[in-house]
Write a protein that binds this ligand. Sequence first.
Ligand SMILES: NC(=O)c1ccc[n+]([C@@H]2O[C@H](COP(=O)([O-])OP(=O)(O)OC[C@H]3O[C@@H](n4cnc5c(N)ncnc54)[C@H](O)[C@@H]3O)[C@@H](O)[C@H]2O)c1
Ligand SMILES: [Zn+2]
Length: 255
Amino acid sequence: MSEIEEKIERLARLILESKNIVVLTGAGMSTESGIADFRSPSTGLWEKVDPYEFASIDSYRAHPAKNLEVMLETGRAIFSARPNKGHKALTRLQKLGKLKGILTQNIDRLHHKAKTQNIVEFHGNVMEAKCLQCRRIFPITDMVNQALQGKVPICEVCNGMLKPNAIFFGEPLELDKLAAADDMLVDCDLLVVLGSSLVVYPVAWYPQKALSMGAKLAIINIQETDMDSLAEVVIHEKIGNVFPKVVSIVEEKIN
Ligand SMILES: NC(=O)c1ccc[n+]([C@@H]2O[C@H](COP(=O)([O-])OP(=O)(O)OC[C@H]3O[C@@H](n4cnc5c(N)ncnc54)[C@H](O)[C@@H]3O)[C@@H](O)[C@H]2O)c1
Ligand SMILES: [Zn+2]
């Protein structure tokens, strides 16, 4: 058995032994659906644009037209993306009664599209637009249609500016999301991290938090993370190459 196969078996065993499993996902979860992450060398978004520039609230307010151009370009990849093998494996795991829910930094809604239940989106999502003035929520198409006509998208109710309902740099996290994540972690005995560099907060808190509450930690990420040494199992591989195999082993053992 290869080292990777052995780790796949170990993770499957950990899942079988655990009762309250929570999965934490980052942008690496969606790269296999064609959505670039921020930090992967050469393909990460930071290699191409400065997110502080196009995804910061101050910059959007000051130069909406310029920012909308980049948003429309990155948005296109997200709107047309489909869940990948990893997202689907999570839904299978949940149907087996082995996944309580997902905490995610992703804004792409792919966990929803894969029909996984009980998801906390720390950074919101880009399928909705929000009015910066009255805070009403609209379908993102309302915003996109106006932007495609070269307009700065505005709210039909109060004329305030619309933005995607995803957290921009410079905006605070929503407290109800943090509370929902804490609720999900109650009694968690295994936290599985998929595709996160674990350097962006709040996601970077959760491995330590789960460990301090007595949970075990497992990580699948192509690159090393600062939390690797704290995990029971660490697999440096693409999620799609290993996680569906983990779930298949769990499925076999349960059925
Ligand atoms: N899909 C999205 O919704 C999306 C995309 C880009 C950025 N973002 C936002 O940007 C921030 C980025 O933080 P982050 O920590 O989630 O992502 P990150 O970009 O910091 O880290 C992603 C990690 O995933 C790894 N990775 C990439 N492809 C992988 C694969 N197929 N299998 C396993 N690992 C893989 C990379 O090596 C990297 O360490 C988040 O706050 C998020 O809101 C979201
Ligand atoms: Zn409004």
